[in-house]
Design a protein around this ligand. Structure first.
Ligand SMILES: [Cu+2]
Length: 373
C-alpha cells in the first residue's frame, strides 16, 4: 500500500513551523522570567510589616538610613496637656488569699502621644503603653478577659502563669474575646505581653505590662512605685513602627512607664528618710536595664523571685538592679538629706535616650521646666 503524499513543511502556515514555535517559546520564557524578577524586586523593596501598616519602601543599604522615620526629641518639652503616668504601685491587696481578680483588658490600636510632639499608632492593652499594672497575692486567681478591639490578631501571655501556650495564649481575631485564667503560685513582678507573631512587633508597638504577685512577707514602706522600662520605635504620624526597625534594634528612645524623661518633667515627691520601694521590670523588647538611683544605696534588692540583699541582715549595699528583657524585681532605699535625686538605667546610652526620672525629696527647688508630680 502506497502511502499518501507527505505534506511539504514549507506548505505549512508560518505559526505551525517548528522553528517559529521554538522562538515563540524562547521569547515567552524570557518575558515571564523578567516579570517574575520584577515582582520579587518590588516585594523586597516593600517588606510586609506584619499587617498593621508601618513604613514601606525603605531603601536597602545603610541600616541607619533605612529607617528615617520621625525623630524623637527626648529633650523636648511635652505639650501643655501632658500628664505623667501615676508612678504609684497599685495598693497591696487587702483581700484574703484565693481572691478571684476579674479583669478585662481591651486590646486596641490607637494613636497615642508617645514622646514630645510624636503621635503614632500603638497597639495596647487597655489603651495605654504600658498596659495597666495588676497586683495580687499568692493563691489569688486572675480571670483576665481579653477583648480584641483591633483590626489584626492579638493575644496575651502572662509570665506569672503556668498555662498551655496553645490554649490560653492563642491569638484571637478582631471582635473575639478569650478568658485567661491562672492561679498566682510564685511571687515576683512579671511581664505580660502580646504573643502573636511576630512577637517582637507586637511588644515593640506597645503590647506589654506588669503584674505583681506579692511575696508573703513584704515589709511595709512609705512609698511604693513601679517603673516599666521599655523601648520606643518611632514611625510617621498615625503609623506603627516597622518590624525591620525592631529587628535591627534601632530604638529611638528608652523610657520608664512609656514616655521619655516624664519624671524629669514631673518629678516624684517624697520626703527624706522615708522608706521607698521601686518595683522595676524590663519589658524590652530588646534592651537591658541597670536600674540605679543617684545619691543613695539600695539596702534591699529582690530580683527574679528572691532577695539578693535584705535590710537589717548585715549584707552590703547595692548600686544597680540588673535586668534583662522580661526580668524584674524591686529595690528599697531612703534619701539621707533633702534634694533632687535622678534615677536612670546606668547604661547611659539608654539614659541619654530618655530613661531618666527624678525624685524631689523634701521642699527643694525644681529644675526649670519641671512642675512636680
Ligand atoms: Cu498583639
Amino acid at each position: 500500500m502506497h502511502p499518501g503524499p507527505q505534506p511539504n513543511p514549507s506548505d505549512r502556515p508560518p505559526w505551525d513551523r517548528a522553528e517559529f514555535r521554538f522562538w515563540v517559546g524562547a521569547v515567552s520564557f524570557v518575558v515571564i522570567l523578567a516579570l517574575a524578577l520584577a515582582i520579587v524586586a518590588v516585594a523586597v523593596a516593600q517588606p510586609d510589616d506584619g499587617g498593621g501598616g508601618g513604613r514601606r519602601g525603605a531603601p536597602a543599604g545603610s541600616a541607619v538610613e533605612a529607617f528615617p522615620g520621625e525623630e524623637i526629641d527626648v529633650s523636648g518639652d511635652p505639650g501643655s496637656r501632658f500628664e505623667a503616668r501615676d508612678p504609684d504601685a497599685p495598693p497591696v491587696p487587702g483581700t484574703p488569699a484565693g481572691t478571684v481578680h476579674q479583669v478585662t483588658l481591651e486590646m486596641t490600636e490607637e494613636d497615642l502621644e508617645i514622646a514630645p510632639g510624636l503621635i503614632q499608632r500603638m497597639w495596647t492593652f487597655g489603651g495605654t503603653v504600658p498596659g495597666p499594672v495588676l497586683r495580687g497575692k499568692l493563691g489569688d486567681v486572675f480571670e483576665v478577659t481579653i477583648v480584641n478591639k483591633g483590626e489584626i490578631q492579638h493575644s496575651i501571655d502572662f509570665h506569672a502563669s503556668k498555662v498551655a501556650w496553645n490554649v490560653e495564649m492563642r491569638s484571637i481575631n478582631p471582635g473575639e474575646s478569650l478568658v485567661y485564667r491562672f492561679e498566682a503560685t510564685q511571687p515576683g513582678i512579671y511581664m505580660y505581653h502580646c504573643g502573636t507573631p511576630p512577637v517582637l512587633h507586637h511588644i515593640g508597638n506597645g503590647m506589654y505590662g506588669a503584674i505583681i504577685i506579692d511575696p508573703p512577707d513584704l515589709a511595709p514602706v512609705d512609698h511604693e512605685f513601679v517603673m516599666v522600662q521599655s523601648e520606643l520605635y518611632s514611625a510617621p504620624l498615625g503609623e506603627v513602627a516597622s518590624l525591620e526597625k525592631m529587628l535591627a534594634e534601632q530604638w529611638d528612645a528608652v523610657v520608664f512607664n512609656g514616655y521619655p524623661n516624664q519624671y524629669v518633667h514631673r518629678p516624684i515627691r517624697v520626703e527624706p528618710a522615708q522608706r521607698i520601694r521601686i518595683w522595676v521590670i524590663d519589658d524590652g523588647p530588646s534592651e537591658n536595664s541597670a536600674f540605679h538611683v543617684i545619691g543613695t544605696i539600695f539596702d534591699t534588692v529582690y530580683k527574679e523571685g528572691g532577695y539578693r540583699i535584705r535590710n537589717g541582715t548585715g549584707t552590703g549595699g547595692s548600686q544597680a538592679l540588673d535586668l534583662q528583657p522580661s526580668q524584674g524585681g524591686f529595690v528599697e532605699f531612703s534619701f539621707a538629706v533633702p534634694g533632687l535625686y535622678p534615677f536612670v538605667t546606668h547604661k547611659f546610652a539608654s539614659a541619654a535616650k530618655g530613661a531618666v526620672g527624678m525624685f524631689q525629696a523634701g521642699d527643694v527647688e525644681l529644675p526649670g521646666g519641671s512642675t512636680g508630680h
